[in-house]
Design a protein around this ligand. Structure first.
Ligand SMILES: Cc1cc2nc3c(=O)[nH]c(=O)nc-3n(C[C@H](O)[C@H](O)[C@H](O)COP(=O)(O)OP(=O)(O)OC[C@H]3O[C@@H](n4cnc5c(N)ncnc54)[C@H](O)[C@@H]3O)c2cc1C
Length: 387
């Protein structure tokens, strides 16, 4: 067991940090408050080979490991928290499921422009009546007459970047039960697809309702048919590690800012770091960040064939989400009014880390997954069936 990065990983980390400090640090605050997906950053990152890190070279990726992607997303977040979302979108999110299960044709049409930093993909899973209980989703994919395509009917909510997405990966139902669920790729200008007004999350990202009314999806855009749900969710554990990586990285960003502040700022004629009450806050913050980071690294390094296990992912996500938000909150407290102001990135880190405790499987759902691994059995969350 080695807790250090190997030589290659260290070189990669240094290179990404160098890129981020030179190109992204200066406008980090501006970017945090800007609307929309930073496509200019996506272009730059594509040129640096930072999109598709874990994907096959034949698909336009770098053939790297999940650990490499974690290193990259955290190195970018260290200098520009908002730009880390671009690494997420180009490596961890729906793009990873597309790369894993897409046909050659789908990869050429959709994966290539995403990895070139030209297009944005959004995952449309959640529905008005299917949040944590995702398998209750109602959006149907019914066979279109005279072909192998399908018609989509239903409504999706909460999909990050949906107002500006160029492509949706839509979870849909071909038949009853979990086994009836699969997914399709849908372009936003498809007849029968309409988008509602953009709504802004506390963290600044936007989403909108997506309505499907007999929207036709041709056979070449079907990603996974019946029985695809478990494969999709296995891929989604990668997304969860991207969420975890950013949580802990934004917590660390806030911690570093507060640490410097505590050494510079004087009250009662002494630097803040002279007060034991604040020293202990830093000790607690460090403990939270480092322990969460270890769980994250373990989950990424043990990922089998690129997909991390359910248990490793749940432990890492819960620990990183908690650490990120609790540390950002303490950092804000230590910075006083300055940290609570919008010209300070701590305020942004506080807002963003809050959302990740809900997104991608809430903290409560991660506790449920961990409890299942403790007792090695599944606990149904549904009401008992009448006998
Ligand atoms: C920042 C952000 C980004 C998101 N991006 C996307 C996206 O790109 N695509 C997408 O499809 N969705 C996205 N979502 C939606 C996200 O997946 C859902 O918010 C999440 O699954 C929870 O669903 P819900 O909000 O409907 O809450 P609900 O499922 O209604 O849950 C409400 C509360 O009850 C708790 N709860 C529910 N069931 C249980 C249980 N069995 N045991 C204990 N507690 C329980 C939950 O943890 C939560 O605290 C995003 C959400 C956020 C906040």
């Amino acid at each position: 067991m080695d807790f250090n990065l190997n030589e290659e990983q260290q070189m990669f980390l240094d290179a990404v940090e160098g890129f981020a400090s030179r190109n992204l640090a200066e406008d980090a605050l501006k970017r945090a408050h800007a609307r929309g997906f930073p496509k200019d950053v996506a272009k730059m990152m594509s040129e640096q080979g930072l999109l598709g890190i874990t994907m096959a070279e034949a698909d336009g990726g770098q053939g790297g490991s999940l650990m490499d992607a974690v290193i990259a997303i955290q190195a970018v977040a260290k200098y520009c928290p908002r730009s880390a979302d671009v690494i997420q979108a180009g490596n961890f999110g729906a793009v990873r499921v597309l790369a894993e299960y897409g046909t050659q044709d789908q990869k050429e049409r959709y994966l290539a422009p995403i990895l070139a930093g030209e297009k944005v993909i959004s995952v449309a899973m959640s529905e008005p009546e299917a949040g944590s209980a995702l398998t209750d989703l109602k959006t149907t994919a019914t066979p279109a007459s005279g072909g192998e395509g399908v018609h989509l009917n239903g409504t999706k909510v909460f999909s990050t970047h949906s107002p500006e997405a160029d492509l949706f990966l839509v979870y849909c139902r071909y038949g009853p039960g979990v086994n009836g669920i699969g997914s399709v790729l849908v372009e936003p200008d498809t007849d029968g697809l309409t988008r509602g007004q953009p709504i802004t999350y506390l963290g600044g990202e936007e989403w909108c309702q997506i309505y499907f009314e007999d929207a036709y999806v041709p056979p070449e855009n079907i990603l996974l048919r019946e029985g695809g749900f478990k494969r999709q969710i296995a891929g989604f554990n990668v997304e969860r590690l991207g969420n975890s990586s950013r949580s802990v990285a934004l917590g660390r960003f806030a911690y570093e800012m507060a640490r410097k502040h505590a050494m510079d700022r004087k009250q009662f004629g002494r630097p803040l770091c002279d007060f034991q009450g604040l020293q202990w806050k830093f000790a607690e913050m460090k403990l939270k960040l480092e322990s969460a980071q270890l769980l994250l690294m373990r989950a990424a390094s043990r990922a089998d064939e690129g997909f991390p296990s359910v248990e490793d992912t749940a432990l890492a996500k819960l620990a990183c989400n908690r650490a990120g938000h609790e540390v950002a909150s303490e950092a804000m407290q230590i910075m006083g009014a300055a940290g609570y102001s919008q010209d300070c990135l701590i305020e942004y880190c506080f807002r963003r880390t809050r959302g990740w405790m809900i997104a991608g499987g809430s903290s409560e759902m991660m506790l449920n997954r961990i409890a299942e691994s403790v007792f090695e059995r599944r606990f149904s969350q549904r009401p008992p069936k009448a006998t």
